[in-house]
Design a protein around this ligand. Structure first.
Ligand code: URP
Ligand code: ZN
Ligand code: ZN
Length: 460
């Protein structure tokens, strides 16, 4: 099957020009003005933006967490992602403490293989680093193509590792050519504040926010950067939210250290005032919590300064009934919020349309940098000859409204209900097949492929 995309405005992380794209099979085979090829199908893209499929490197699909499971499966989550212009996601496999990485991978494979609609890869979350785990790192990198290892400095007793485990993991991961990523918040301080608020009868969602002050993230981010510097291991901080944490990374750059930083779309757009809504605040209970307006400004600036390289989602949806597990106690609200479908359109509307970032920066942080940082470039994240034909055709003018009534995520509320956006995904190609056309998904469960990733250098 061949497809010709005619006369679109092609935008990459570096370029912006009008041309045609010819796709033969799964990959792009030519780009140029007025290409002479005849194709099985022609898509006319005059007036539309044409950019690489989005990559969301932080999603939690069908994940056991806080006594329940995140409500999007690999099928529903990747389908919703495609609707929103995200063609590849990286999901997290969670090692169970006392068990091996291989067992965890087998568990995730049993749910993801053959069920995803869009392409996907895995990070391996190491929650129990010991001699047995250490021996498995090489196999994950060399055999499985899993080159990033997630750590948690919080969620003690379930996911958290201590600093001695962190150093040991970093040394091994560096040796094997991988990267350590981190949920960087100080778990002990947070646990102290949660217990204190509960003992004082302060149980509303606002106290979730007040139990994770900025200092808990700033301290852990600095500690992580120091350990990465000491070991020489490539490091990546997930879901960074605030000025204090970004300043810790800025400090690391003064010794010429590169620590990659991801923020998530919600931290750029929403703020902590939402927790004052006692009845509905649980919708935005996530960790780290939403922050202040001044932090949003810091994050937008961080993107433009090149300190923040990725905008992801940390998509971890729960039905409202699941959120109600914590109706009498904020510490029992499953942490997470849905955004896998909304990221590309929200970032375009709030970022490009409102003049906060350029179009090239948009593609860089939403598509290209995740591919480069996580060892998928130039197969993914690029519009180039030989790259996978993962392509979004986008109307930069169309206005629309976000709502749980129209989204495709398996969750019965939206954290952005009623929000009006400018710019809409119209057509999405995944590996040369039209996957989304005008709000309709045209590929089936099982079309998505597992993407084995390359070793990483810690530089882009
Ligand atoms: O609230 C969140 N972020 N839930 C998902 C787990 C995590 O910490 O990323
Ligand atoms: Zn996290
Ligand atoms: Zn997460």
């Amino acid at each position: 099957m061949s497809i010709l995309i005619k006369n679109g405005r092609i935008v990459t992380a570096t370029d912006d020009y009008v041309a045609d794209i010819f796709i033969d099979g799964e990959t792009i085979s030519a780009i140029g003005k007025n290409l002479p090829m005849q194709a099985d199908r022609t898509i006319y893209a005059t007036g539309k933006l044409v950019f690489p499929g989005g990559i969301d490197p932080h999603v939690h699909l069908d994940m056991p967490f806080m006594g329940t499971f995140s409500s999007d499966t690999h099928e529903t989550g990747t389908r919703a992602a495609l609707h929103g212009g995200t063609t590849t996601v990286i999901d997290f496999v969670l090692q169970k403490q006392g068990h091996s990485l291989k067992e965890a991978l087998a568990d995730w494979n049993s749910r993801a293989r053959g069920t995803t609609v869009g392409d996907y890869s895995f990070h391996m979350a190491v929650t129990d680093f010991n001699e047995n785990t250490k021996a498995e790192i090489r196999e994950m990198v060399e055999e499985e193509g899993i080159t990033s290892f997630k750590t948690f400095m919080a969620y003690k007793g379930a996911l958290m590792i201590d600093d001695s485990q962190m150093i040991g993991l970093m040394q091994e991961v560096k040796k094997q050519g991988g990267m350590v990523t981190v949920h960087a918040t100080n778990g002990d301080v947070i646990d102290y504040l949660v217990a204190k608020h509960r003992s004082e009868g302060k149980l509303s969602p606002l106290y979730h926010y007040l139990s994770q002050p900025e200092v808990t993230e700033a301290e852990a981010s600095g500690r992580f950067a120091d350990m990465a510097d000491y070991t020489g291991c490539p490091g990546y901080i997930v879901h960074l939210t605030c000025e204090g944490a970004l300043n810790a990374v800025r400090n690391a750059t003064r010794r010429n250290q590169k620590v990659f930083v991801e923020t998530c779309i919600q931290y750029l757009i929403l703020d902590a005032s939402l927790y004052e809504n006692e009845a509905e605040g649980a919708k935005w209970v996530m960790s780290p919590p939403l922050r202040e307006k001044k932090d949003q400004q810091t994050l937008w600036a961080g993107i433009n300064q090149g300190l923040v390289q990725v905008v992801a989602t940390d998509h971890c949806p729960f039905m409202w009934e699941q959120k109600l597990m914590g109706k009498d106690d904020f510490s029992k609200i499953p942490n997470g919020h849905p955004a896998i479908e909304n990221r590309m359109e929200l970032l375009y509307s709030e970022g490009v349309h409102k003049g906060r970032i350029t179009l090239n920066k948009y593609v860089e942080v939403a598509c290209t940098n995740p591919a480069k940082i996580f060892g998928m470039f130039p197969r993914k994240g690029a519009i180039a000859v030989g790259s996978d034909a993962d392509i979004v055709i986008f109307d930069p003018e169309e206005r629309h409204m976000l709502s749980a009534g129209t989204h495709h995520m398996n969750v019965d509320y939206s954290g952005y209900e009623g929000m009006e956006l400018t710019g809409k995904v119209k057509t999405v190609l995944l590996r040369g097949t039209v996957a989304i056309d005008d709000n309709t998904c045209l590929v089936d469960k099982g079309y998505g492929q597992f993407i084995k990733r390359n070793k990483v250098s810690g530089k882009i």
